[in-house]
Design a protein around this ligand. Structure first.
Ligand code: CIR
Length: 255
């Protein structure tokens, strides 16, 4: 169960966010609207939502998931691999917000890099994707910190996606949404895998929050498959964030 969520309002410079998509630039006004709908959906799940102010020095800063790994025992402040995002992890308001909830605060140190979009929590175990943003050193530091608190971590090699959770979401009860390269990875064979068709692979990034699953609006397969499993499904339009490679999980810290 999650009690708390932290989000950050998109920056007026969101159109300058890093992207590999070819979908045009996000429209700031629309991004603000979609973000407020996202917050409203989260509020329906019963969590307490902390909303941080925009940070215009960081066009990607609404993707707060990447700057911290929240566990039941500690929070790990990451060290983002993207140069333009590195400073997001040390923003004072984020650190203050996390201090209200956590007494155990750990940090990824240079030369480690980690973006927590590469980390998927399954109970007390954390799968850590090695990507262009999260390096071996960062992953090893993360595992060491997790072990200190009685938690565990393991490394997953990625080849196609930006972040691990770009193509994978654990929605509890052994159910795992999988797209692309994750359909066949042996480390995930033990889960009940729900395959997302290639033409809707963006929708593999969903979030489970207290018996609800929030899915991106406009993707039929994920809506039907997740509903059929008995979850309460909420749809949120994330089309502006998709233009800069962002999805539902990226927009919040949940703990
Ligand atoms: C970036 O490239 O860093 C952002 N434009 C998108 C970050 C998405 N975050 C995530 O998948 N956790």
């Amino acid at each position: 169960m999650f009690r708390n969520v932290i989000v950050r309002i998109p920056s007026a410079r969101i159109s300058e966010g890093i992207t590999s998509a070819n979908l045009g630039k996000p429209i700031y006004k629309n991004a603000l609207k979609q973000h407020s709908e996202y917050v409203a959906a989260l509020a329906k799940t019963g969590v307490n939502v902390t909303v941080l102010e925009p940070q215009d020095d960081y066009p990607d800063s609404c993707f707060v998931e990447d700057v911290a790994l929240c566990t039941r025992e500690c929070v790990i402040i990451t060290r983002p691999g993207a140069n333009t995002r590195r400073g997001e992890a040390s923003l004072g308001d984020m650190q203050e917000a996390l201090k209200k909830f956590y007494k155990n605060i750990e940090y990824i140190q240079d030369p480690g890099t980690v973006e927590a979009g590469d980390i998927m929590m399954v109970g007390d175990h954390f799968y850590i994707g090695l990507s262009a943003r999260t390096n071996q050193e960062g992953a090893q530091q993360t595992i060491k910190i997790l072990q200190k608190y009685g938690l565990s971590g393991s490394i997953v090699h990625l080849s196609e996606v930006l972040h691990l959770k770009t193509g994978l979401s654990y929605i509890e009860n052994n159910n795992l949404l999988v797209a692309g390269e994750f359909k066949t990875k042996s480390e995930f064979a033990k889960f009940h895998r729900i395959e997302i068709p290639d033409n809707e692979s963006y929708s593999a990034n969903c979030i489970w929050v207290n018996d609800f699953v929030i899915v991106p609006k406009g993707y039929k397969a994920v809506y039907e498959k997740v509903s059929a499993l008995g979850y309460k499904v909420l749809e949120v339009d994330t089309s502006e964030f998709r233009k800069i490679d962002g999805g539902l999980s990226c927009l919040s810290l949940r703990f």
